[in-house]
Write a protein that binds this ligand. Structure first.
Ligand code: IVH
Length: 679
């Protein structure tokens, strides 16, 4: 019964989305509105109200996620001179300790050396990058996908906090100032019926086609970092924040410099207590290693800097009841139990699903159907069940029996972990490529997702609906969709089909690392995909792995171990995967990685390290080689160009290298090649 009702609600909702899209096109593309503003506003409010009331309603074309027509067509896309990255998150003390430990290890610092952090509130708004040339505001971009942003200069110009010209004289010739656009909570009161929350209101207003519309909204701007810069003569983040103020920007009044984990945690507690008294939403604190030199040495891993992290505020909790336990199958075959709970509001978000993690967790906590439970929602992390109130348990309740079969019919397994000598807590449907339907759907969802092919408007719901209609079975099917059939489906109009087609067409070129990541091979995340891509260099080389009997050559890559190799081997041993790769070869263009911007002085040179290095960790030395386009080898062979020796090197390696006439150099010589004087 309930199901039927939901589908009717959804049908009505999709009709409204379709309608508003037509009105949007008329207004934004043709600049010829076909209805009065009042009618448009009513329809929009109607959609937003429906989304607020029914948690399951979502659509990429909804006015809550996109403002106006597809923003990518409203605004010119511009490449950021340096990418706008995101930050890693920590929630607990241990995570924070771990974050700092990694820094100490990377820099090879001993613990008498203090590291100072610039501590800044993390405002929950929309980031923007403002380019100033000779003190004049030239161009402003939204974050976009981090690599390309949208040119929203005119809209940004309407914000009072953004200086059109910089004060003083000591600003750099060229600089991208980055910061957060947001709305004060008190100002949001008047916009409540138009937007779901202050963040949406900021994002929506910022991307209006007409800057006059943007000007009506009291947007604010706080500056906190920079991207590209020329002639910046500042040595640390805090000095930079002070300069921002001198140049005419607003900075956060809670910014400070702190060192030591305990001091960071105390400050975090204090700010969290004051959080409700502040007139804008902050969801944590950002810690940045203060010294720019150290920031440079630490560099970046995948999408986030090693020198910064977001320390999120603690979770919110609520009590609810378990209505149903569903088993979801992930991309890697993991069976994850998810509790459908009586919807509760936790920290402003209506929560109706909570993860139960895995079979062992259910047994350990003895979670049962109908139980009263405490649910926690921490930051962007999926809500989870913390504990059961056993006193309120029904006497007739029975232990939950975890299914031993995947819904696809295959038996599931628990893998044995050789290192911990224990069986995994997670039960899995062994990944047989695309044979398990559930895994196949998840693989496709992964394929279109943001960090993979990033196909605009191709969300999870669309994957599910196209799958159900048998329009897709493998990721490559996305590039051969039957648009005629799609345009006849409910909720699809000519316009949305054209948009989809456009999004897909623009994604026919991709870098090898993104492609490898998109394949969703277990244990091959973004970082590993990048490493493999750099090592292999071309799609042909990647493809040719199917003919190899062993993949041990990949062991040369720092970070790739037996686990990853087994997984890759597994991928290539599956015929369906091979067929898919062959198809991709014909449909799309897979490009080698772009050359590293920093240098290339080690281009075509291979290095090997032996012995303990002084004042620099092995990880940092390797990252320096890679940053300068060099390669790393883990054994002495003819192709090696340099053997770098530290303290107590392996004599055998040194002798072998000498025999092969390979340059044997000291750590000092190595750093000299890089123009380092400080070590
Ligand atoms: S620094 C690589 N500083 O948080 C450096 N970001 O997840 C990244 N944010 O997109 C940016 N306050 O929108 C930085 N004081 C602050 C920030 C801050 C808020 C946002 C920003 C960014 C996201 C990173």
């Amino acid at each position: 019964m309930i199901k039927k009702k939901n589908s009717e609600i959804e049908k009505d909702y999709l009709k409204k989305i379709n309608k508003i899209q037509k009105l949007n096109k008329a207004y934004y593309i043709n600049s010829k509105p076909i209805v009065e503003d009042k009618i448009y506003d009513e329809l929009k409010k109607n959609i937003l109200d429906l989304e607020k009331k029914y948690y399951f309603l979502k659509n990429e074309m909804s006015p809550s996620t996109s403002v106006g027509y597809k923003p990518s067509k409203n605004f010119k896309k511009v490449r950021h001179m340096t990418p706008m990255l995101s930050l890693g998150n920590v929630f607990k003390r241990d995570d924070l300790i771990n974050f700092e430990k990694k820094i100490y290890n990377f820099l090879s610092f001993n613990h008498n050396t203090k590291i100072e952090y610039s501590v800044e509130p993390k405002i929950d708004g929309i980031s923007a990058s403002l380019f100033y040339k000779d003190g004049k505001f030239i161009q402003g971009l939204s974050r976009g996908d981090g690599v390309q942003g949208e040119d929203i200069t005119e809209n940004l110009k309407t914000i009072e906090d953004i200086p059109k010209g910089l004060n003083g004289k000591d600003y750099p010739h060229e600089i991208d100032i980055r910061g957060e656009v947001f709305i004060n909570n008190s100002d949001f009161e008047n916009l409540k019926n138009k937007f779901a929350n202050p963040r949406n209101a900021a994002s929506g207003s910022l991307r209006q086609k007409d800057p006059k519309e943007t000007k009506k909204i009291p947007l604010r701007f706080v500056a906190y970092t920079f991207g590209y810069s020329k002639d910046l003569k500042i040595n640390n983040q805090f000095e930079f924040l002070v300069s921002l103020k001198k140049w005419g920007f607003k900075t956060n009044e809670f910014n400070k410099v702190i060192s030591g984990i305990e001091n960071l945690i105390n400050n975090h507690k204090k700010i969290e207590e004051q959080r409700n008294k502040i007139d804008f939403d902050i969801d944590g604190l950002v810690y940045k290693v203060n010294d720019f030199n150290l920031q440079k040495r630490l560099g970046y891993a995948a999408n986030a800097p090693r020198w910064a992290v977001a320390h999120k505020f603690s979770a919110n909790k609520s009590i609810s009841e378990i209505l149903k336990i569903e088993i979801q199958i992930g991309r890697t075959g993991a069976l994850t139990p998810v509790a459908k709970i009586k919807p509760v509001n936790i920290g402003g978000v209506l929560v109706s699903n909570a993860t139960l993690h895995n079979e062992d967790e259910i047994n350990r906590k003895d979670i049962r159907l109908g139980d009263t439970v405490i649910v926690e929602r921490a930051g962007d992390v999926i809500p989870h069940v913390i504990s059961v109130d056993k006193k309120r348990r029904n006497k007739s309740s029975k232990k939950f029996i975890f299914p031993k079969k995947c819904p696809c019919g295959f038996e599931t397994i628990k893998e044995f972990n050789k290192i911990t000598k224990k069986f995994d807590a997670v039960r899995r449907c062994p990944d047989r490529g695309f044979e398990c339907e559930k895994i196949a759907i998840e693989k496709i969802k992964h394929f279109v997702s943001k960090d993979a092919f990033n196909i605009d408007g191709f969300g999870k719901k669309i994957v599910e609906s196209f799958w159900a209609k048998k329009l897709i079975r493998y990721p490559n099917d996305i590039f051969n969709l039957n648009y005629k059939v799609i345009s006849k489906l409910e909720g699809w109009g000519d316009l949305s089909v054209a948009n989809l087609k456009y999004s897909i067409e623009t994604k026919k070129k991709i870098t090898l690392s993104k492609f490898i990541y998109s394949m969703g091979i277990r244990h091959i995340g973004q970082e590993n995909a990048k490493l493999i891509s750099k090592n292999l260099n071309s799609f042909e080389n990647f493809l040719s792995m199917k003919n190899r009997l062993d993949f041990n050559h990949l062991l040369n890559i720092d970070g790739i171990g037996d686990t990853q190799i087994t997984s890759i081997q597994n991928f290539f041993s599956n015929k369906k995967n091979l067929l898919m790769l062959e198809k991709f070869k014909k449909i799309i263009e897979i490009l080698p990685e772009e050359e590293n911007i920093i240098g290339g002085i080690f281009k075509d040179k291979t290095f090997m390290l032996t012995g303990k290095l002084e004042g620099i960790s092995r990880a940092e030395a390797k990252s320096l080689i890679e940053k300068n386009s060099g390669k790393i080898s883990s054994n002495v062979n003819k192709k090696l160009d340099y053997l770098v020796i530290g303290d107590k090197p392996t004599i055998r390696k040194v002798n072998e290298a000498k025999e092969l006439n390979i340059n044997v150099i000291s750590q000092k010589d190595f750093l000299k090649m890089l123009n380092f004087k400080d070590f």
